[in-house]
Design a protein around this ligand. Structure first.
Ligand SMILES: *Cc1c(COP(=O)(O)O)cnc(C)c1O
Length: 471
């Protein structure tokens, strides 16, 4: 399988060639050149009943054909274990009531769904770097979940260092402790005197310095990484098989969404032939995507318009992976996607409502909705009272919007994207109880912290990196 860019300007490349890259050279995102592999009824029948790692291999091997099969199998087997994800199911399904389920995706090391893909990415990176005799220095900025998921995936991995910037004193004590307690010598936590945007600007400035970037072998692990997307496809299959008895049945999935990475994986699963009726996209107050799926207008927000909410991992101003869906919607026409994103760069938006493309939308099964802080609090309360389950604020956004789209005879599976222990404040507000912490997290705030403090100055960051890499 070869990969091309959504903007049509990249020569076809193999999986391991795009694995370590961010954006395609033309500014687009990588997608399979020949579209998504279609599964036959016999393929689906064989997948039902597979354990998670085998299912992951059955799916990923259709997208990754330049790693020897036995090696790929070994990398997958090493990733999806009870030791990493807490149960043999890996993504356990919980029934709330008949026809309504939660799919647990947040039992990995950082208690959020990003571990589902990031843990595999860590193993893939280590393997490919070793094979090619390369090293990589990952540079990123985080305000919470992504940074910790990346650090827990890359800790102790040979050939990889992580430099992660975060705004000093602005993350929750739990998130800070999770990241800063890592003692691995290849992990560098940088607390920046500033806000998240300062951290992001510093990362951009360093990445735009192409000479420095090449010399220091700088890379990234952002949400547009194709390997992350494709690893997420697996749990849609797992959830489908767990909630149904036969492959004639359909289900719908509700997905708390920010950068459109998670739900895009659901779209890929559906295009491969998994019987998904609806993909229910849930946003919080930052409703860029809800607006598009309701009206056809894709309008990115300015930072000043981006709200800080109690489901912070969905606080986005634009949805980076959305371009991959747009590519499919346009009939895989890179020049058209290129035009649309030029419009976004120019005027901040494009509007498909009056175009023939909008008429094709129903084929893809997307519906959407958004929620507010008050909705989250009310939903956390209802789910606790009615079903005795504690859910986090992001999952609450998913449950709230899922309720609007339930249909008789079609199970609704809400993806649980984080554990409530990560968002204590809102759980206490809703229920007046402290969410329990999984084993090993009891007193993480008290662990010794390893981090360096830095001014929001690009030169200081460059000097720091060069001194650590010796390059
Ligand atoms: C990242 C994240 C999301 C949003 O996922 P996208 O793939 O960006 O749409 C939702 N919930 C949690 C807890 C997250 O960490």
């Amino acid at each position: 399988m070869k990969y091309v860019s959504t903007r049509g300007g990249m020569a076809p490349a193999r999986f391991t060639e795009i694995l370590l890259e961010g954006l395609a050279p033309d500014g687009g995102l990588t997608v399979p050149e020949a579209g998504y592999p279609r599964l036959t009824p016999a393929d689906l029948a064989a997948m039902r009943g597979m354990k998670y790692a085998d299912l992951a291999y059955a799916i990923l091997s259709r997208f990754i054909d330049d790693i020897p099969p036995a090696d790929l199998k070994a990398l997958i087997d090493k990733t999806y274990t009870k030791a990493v994800y807490g149960s043999d199911d890996i993504t356990p399904l919980t029934k709330l009531e008949p026809g309504m389920y939660l799919l647990g995706l947040s039992n990995g090391p950082t208690l959020a769904f990003k571990d589902m893909a990031m843990q595999l990415l860590g193993n893939l990176f280590e393997y490919v770097l070793a094979k090619e005799g390369r090293e990589l220095n990952i540079l990123g900025a985080t305000s919470g979940d992504t940074g910790s998921a990346a650090e827990y995936a890359m800790r102790g991995k040979k050939g990889v260092r992580v430099f992660m910037l975060s705004p000093k004193g602005k993350m929750s004590p739990f998130q800070t402790a999770q990241m800063f307690s890592l003692q691995d010598p290849n992990i560098f936590n940088l607390a920046v005197e500033g806000v998240f945007d300062d951290c992001q600007d510093m990362v951009k400035a360093v990445s735009n310095d192409t000479m420095f970037k090449a010399k220091q072998k700088i890379g990234a692990v952002n949400s547009i990484n194709w390997a992350r997307v494709v690893a997420q496809v697996v749990y849609y299959f797992k959830g489908y098989f767990a909630a149904t008895k036969s492959n004639d049945e359909q289900v719908s999935f509700a997905v708390p969404s920010g950068n459109f990475g998670n739900i895009y994986a659901g779209h890929v699963a559906r295009m491969m032939g998994l019987p998904i009726k609806k993909l229910v996209l849930a946003t919080n107050e930052n409703n860029v995507l809800d607006e598009f799926f309701r009206t056809g207008l894709y309008r990115v927000r300015k930072s000043s318009e981006t709200r800080q909410t109690s489901s912070p991992s969905m606080d986005i101003s634009k949805a980076s992976n959305f371009e991959r869906f747009a590519y499919d919607l346009t009939g895989r026409r890179g020049e058209l996607v290129n035009e649309l994103w030029r419009e976004v760069e120019g005027s901040g938006s494009f509007d498909l409502s009056e175009t023939p493309l909008w008429k094709k939308m129903p084929e893809y099964g997307f519906v959407s909705g958004s929620s507010t802080h008050a909705d989250r609090v009310a939903t956390i309360r209802t789910v606790h009272e009615k079903y005795g389950q504690l859910i986090d604020t992001h999952t609450a956004d998913g449950v709230k919007v899922a309720q609007q789209y339930r249909e008789a005879g079609v199970p609704m599976i809400v993806l649980e994207t984080a554990l409530p222990a990560k968002f204590e404040e809102t759980i206490i507000e809703a229920l007046n109880i402290k969410p329990p912490r999984p084993a090993g997290f009891d007193d993480i705030e008290a662990l010794p912290k390893r981090f360096d403090t830095m001014q929001a100055k690009v030169e200081e960051l460059k000097a720091y990196i060069a001194a650590r890499t010796g390059l």
